[in-house]
Design a binder for this molecule. Structure first.
Ligand SMILES: NC(=O)c1ccc[n+]([C@@H]2O[C@H](COP(=O)([O-])OP(=O)(O)OC[C@H]3O[C@@H](n4cnc5c(N)ncnc54)[C@H](O)[C@@H]3O)[C@@H](O)[C@H]2O)c1
Ligand SMILES: [Zn+2]
Ligand SMILES: [Zn+2]
Length: 376
């Protein structure tokens, strides 16, 4: 690997060449950062289920593409206009920015900044790429592709962290777990004493459980088709578990009602991305007053929604990154982590090196897999 602050860097990256194609570890070229951008030497990255969706062409089929959006690294070089971070700073990437000035940032209603928006076209803000492989343009995931030894990202999409932060946890906080945590804390605003159901106990669902526990929910029902998630859910604060599809022929919503006084829960979170479960989530929430939060993503463009719970006043709310603002809200999660109030260590089940990146898609299918950590 060649390395210099003034040159194009050649380094290894995991490249996805097309839908459902195996990942290939390639030598790629990473250009210098432009004015508002930084180049980061990655130390760790991790796998979020949205990366698996990207291998299928989600949210738009752009290939070849460097995948990955969770990670942590050290700033190697900065563009001329960059003020907030400098060479040597430790940062995590994010897929949304927070300018604190635009209508959305000032609204108090959303974490989606208008100035630094969610980017889905696999390119930098100016519509160009800093990555190539054998002369061919490479796309990345959201604001960067973290499954690479070096990335270029706009400085407005990174969060500086204390260098003493446990780095694998920093990587986990950069998407899935925080999305879940924020969904309970910021998006649903779960209150003390409430009842909660969480469908799907991956890193996202486990983050919801932790967020709901810290908000003071007293009943937290976890639901998963994989019985191994029972123990994981309990570690984060789940009070009841439904092994869906195995314990009974009843639909999930009926099983949730059985465990919540017959009327359903105050908040239900859909964290699998299985299209049909959105309706089960809606039906699991208390009629009229219940809120359903859609967190799971799918490559399907449309999904049929059952009408009656909404007509009766129920709420269906989607979320990106759990409603978290990267500057205003992430420090709360960092503090909780620092105070050892979070169970991030329970997420790590697999670790791979860059040479083993081609195994990631297989590992992600294993029953005991929650988080795969990539060490560079
Ligand atoms: N909205 C956002 O900003 C955002 C951010 C990150 C991830 N996501 C999405 O959230 C979802 C979860 O991500 P993750 O990394 O936790 O995924 P994961 O694959 O690790 O976990 C999903 C869990 O759902 C369970 N499951 C699957 N099918 C089920 C079924 N039919 N019934 C019950 N349980 C079932 C699985 O056993 C697994 O435990 C994905 O769709 C991902 O794309 C959304
Ligand atoms: Zn803004
Ligand atoms: Zn993610």
């Amino acid at each position: 690997m060649s390395k210099s602050s003034f040159q194009v860097i050649t380094c290894k990256a995991a490249v996805c060449w097309g839908p459902e194609e195996p990942l290939k570890v390639e030598d790629i070229q990473v250009e210098l950062p432009k004015s508002s951008e930084i180049r980061v030497k990655m130390l760790y990255a991790s796998v979020c289920s949205s990366d698996i969706l990207c291998t299928k062409g989600f949210p738009i089929p752009i290939f070849p593409r460097v995948l990955g959006h969770e990670g942590v690294g050290v700033v190697e070089s900065v563009g001329d206009e960059v003020k907030e971070v400098k060479e040597g700073d430790m940062v995590i990437p994010s897929f949304i920015g927070e300018c604190r000035e635009c209508d959305n940032c000032l609204s108090g209603k959303t974490n989606l900044c208008l100035k630094y928006p969610l980017i889905l076209n696999g390119l930098m803000l100016d519509g160009t790429s800093r990555l190539s492989v054998r002369g061919q343009k490479l796309y990345h995931s959201f604001t960067c592709g973290t499954w690479a030894e070096y990335i270029v990202i706009d400085a407005n999409y990174v969060v500086k962290i204390d260098p003493s932060f446990h780095l694998p946890f920093a990587s986990f906080i950069s998407c899935g777990y925080s999305t879940g945590f924020g969904s309970a804390w910021k998006e649903a605003k779960v209150e003390k004493g409430s009842s909660v159901a969480v469908i799907g106990l991956g890193a996202v669902g486990l983050g919801v459980i932790e967020g709901a526990r810290i908000q003071g929910a007293t009943k937290i029902i976890g639901i998963d088709i994989n019985d191994r998630k029972r123990e994981k859910g309990q570690a984060f604060g789940m009070t009841d578990f439904i092994h869906s599809g195995h314990e009974s022929d009843k639909p999930i919503s009926e099983l949730v009602k059985d465990l919540s006084g017959g009327f359903g829960v105050d908040y239900c979170f859909e964290c699998t991305g299985v299209p049909g479960l959105v309706n089960e989530a809606l039906l699991s929430a208390k009629i009229g007053a219940g809120k359903t939060i859609l967190v799971g993503a799918t490559e399907e463009a449309t999904v049929p929604i059952i009408f009656l719970p909404l007509l009766c006043g129920g709420t269906l709310k989607g979320t990106v990154f759990g409603g978290l603002k990267i500057k205003s809200d992430l420090p709360f999660i960092f503090d909780k982590c620092h105070n050892k109030e979070l169970h991030l260590h329970e997420l790590l089940t697999h670790q791979v090196s860059m040479a083993e990146m081609d195994k990631i898609l297989q590992l992600a299918k294993q029953q005991d897999c929650v988080k795969i950590l990539i060490k560079f």
